[in-house]
Design a protein around this ligand. Structure first.
Ligand code: NAP
Length: 277
């Protein structure tokens, strides 16, 4: 008798205990009544290649990769999507029937889908976006904003060279703004995004003055612990539409789940509650 295989997927990180991905995928597997398991996997950087080559033999159909593995996973993969190559990092891997590791990056997709779902009137082409931060998440968000039609990105980062490198890499629609003068550009922004770790529980606050912020500006923070960061609270007080960062995490998980388990899941209030549980 042929044994039917139960598909396995997981999230690989170091550390990994904090990850909400097992709750999100577990919720979808359960509510959609699908066979499958999604597990957290603690893997050290020096073991990543061995782990990824072994996982398909153990029944894994794919995996998410998170800090610190996103760049290394891209190097290890056999087939890399154009999108992941442009960002320089992978977060979603599919172990193909061809024996190859396919790498993609869905962080930018998750970011834009979150805005489209939570703020349906958001118009990326309405004006410049002010992006704070130039780390890994910022790279994915910059590519997504450019693809969505944002006319200009004002990019501000504590370490100016990092912002300038991204401006050179991603072209003339990007302009670097000094970190200590970022608040002078707030009034120009149609979209304002915090991609730094500032404002996260246990980290320093984001001390950006919102003086001059227009009520039409969409303000979003990719930090989701706390859900309502100080930036979002201040922007809400100023009358802006705000979008929290949890939705980005939920939406970036959708394409991987669909590839591994065969059904496209919905991101709804129950998914949010599952991630917060
Ligand atoms: P990363 O590559 O380490 O980049 C960190 C960024 O934060 C850099 O721009 C860094 O500036 C800035 N930063 C850190 N401490 C700072 C400080 N004290 N003052 C000023 N700037 C500071 O991290 P990442 O992967 O981009 O992640 C950034 C944040 O986004 C994290 O909080 C992460 O949890 C969150 N995130 C959320 C999602 C989601 O789905 N919602 C997805 C990915 C990441 P320098 O270059 O000057 O160091």
């Amino acid at each position: 008798m042929k044994e039917s295989k139960i598909p396995l997927a997981g999230v690989i990180g170091c550390p990994i205990a904090h990850s909400k991905s097992p709750q999100i995928h577990g919720h979808w597997l359960k509510t959609l009544g699908l066979k499958g398991h999604y597990v957290p996997l603690h893997v050290k950087p020096e073991d990543l290649s061995d782990a990824l080559r072994t996982m398909p033999k153990l029944g894994y159909v794919g995996a998410n990769v998170t800090i610190p593995h996103k760049e290394q996973a891209l190097e290890i993969a056999d087939v890399v999507s154009d999108h992941a190559a442009k960002i320089g990092a992978a977060n979603t891997l599919v172990f193909g029937g061809d024996g190859k590791i396919h790498a993609d990056n869905t962080d930018g997709y998750g970011f834009v889908q979150n805005l489209r779902q939570s703020a349906p009137k958001w118009n990326p082409s309405a004006g410049p976006a002010l992006v704070l931060g130039a780390g890994g998440a910022a790279r994915a968000i910059i590519v997504a904003l450019l693809d969505a039609g944002v006319p200009e990105i004002l990019l501000s980062n504590r370490t100016a060279e990092r912002a300038e490198t991204l401006c050179q890499e991603f072209g003339p629609r990007l302009k670097s703004v000094a970190w200590d003068t970022a608040d002078t550009t707030v009034s120009d922004a149609a979209t304002l995004v915090n991609t730094t770790a500032l404002g996260m529980t246990g980290k320093a606050p984001l001390t950006l003055s919102l003086k001059g912020l227009q009520t039409s500006t969409l303000v979003t923070d990719i930090v989701y612990a706390p859900l309502k960061t100080e930036l979002l609270a201040k922007a809400e007080e100023a009358g802006c539409i705000t979008v929290d960062g949890l939705g980005m995490l939920l939406h970036q998980a959708v394409p991987g789940f669909e590839r591994w388990f065969g059904t496209r899941p919905a991101v709804d209030e129950a998914t949010r509650q599952a991630a917060l549980a």
